[in-house]
Design a protein around this ligand. Sequence first.
Ligand SMILES: [Zn+2]
Length: 386
Amino acid sequence: MVTEKNIMNIRIIKKIYFCCLLSVLAACTSQTSRFAPYVIDDLEPRPEFWKVRTAEIMSICESVEVGRYEKIATTPLGYPVYAVFYGDFSEEAPQSNWSAGNSSNKSSSYLGDVSSRPQTIMFAAGIHGSEPESVAAAVNMISLLETGKDLKGETDEDFLQLASQYRLIILPCVNMDGRSISPDHFRGQPYEVFRACSQGVWKDGSLVGWRGSKEHFPLPLDEVAYPGGYPNGDGYNIQHDVTPGDMRTQEAKAICRLMARWRVDCFLNGHSCEYEPFIVQPSYVDDKQNYERASELFELLNAEFRQAGLTSKVRKNTGRNTLNLTNLVTWCSGGVGLTLECYHGCYTKSGKIHECTFSQLMAPAFISLKTIMKEGLVEPLAPRNL
Ligand SMILES: [Zn+2]
């Protein structure tokens, strides 16, 4: 029987074979890409401010003058992973690490003189390269911090005033490999297209799937027609590269090094999915104080998303025991971690779509950071009760 879903699957398979053909052609001319970018024929043109392509991200980072950029890692495909710093990062390295310092008699042995510096917030976008919304937000933030205006030409005095009271580390795209083969966005696209582009497609044309992708570490690249933009060029899901002593990606290692070196107080980990935006429930894996602080921020941020009209859903904090890159800030610096899920603007599996603009797609990252910065002025972001 020919159903709408079958037609969709046939379209995806045809697309994958086309991409494979392009891959062969690309392999003849490039050393960097084993899989060609997934091209969505009827993709709505992106607005000018939606700068989420690898060359655009690199160019924006390399042109900063108010801030400072640093290459913190090189991806398997050879792309630089950039971090952009705003604020004074001149202090000496900690004399101890968080684990040891936290067990010593002096909190300053790891933390140094906390009264001498503002709190430090790290915002990492594009850990899953197929998820462009937080990437778009990050490059617009860099523009705002550099010029006083985002890439739309609009200012945000509230954001700038708050940011001046913190040290910010912005990683506009951690998974440059995944980004390099992903579409600019999924706005208005069917669920199956979003899923194929995200976690990939096996050679028999079936979707790898969200949970399916987690059955492998790394994804066996020889068995896929297209790997999706979720993993890096070696097939690793950076978000789950958290095994002590056996971390596989330079990207995850570099993030942990930054957290530890600069004593990050709060880590916002930017992702996207097919649902309206939300902050993921905090994890029990973090220590008790951090779980409680993250729970407060979970309530505040999700309420702000509702207030902004980005969602009507009320999310309850029932706690989870997830273990991923967000948790690692607790182990690296004693900081609090939050995972943000932006909305792709695509259809859900059950055929629902929530109408919103490109600006609204990247808005949750701005709202999250502003809310975190406001709250951190009332009470320190990381409890660190030693
Ligand atoms: Zn993600």
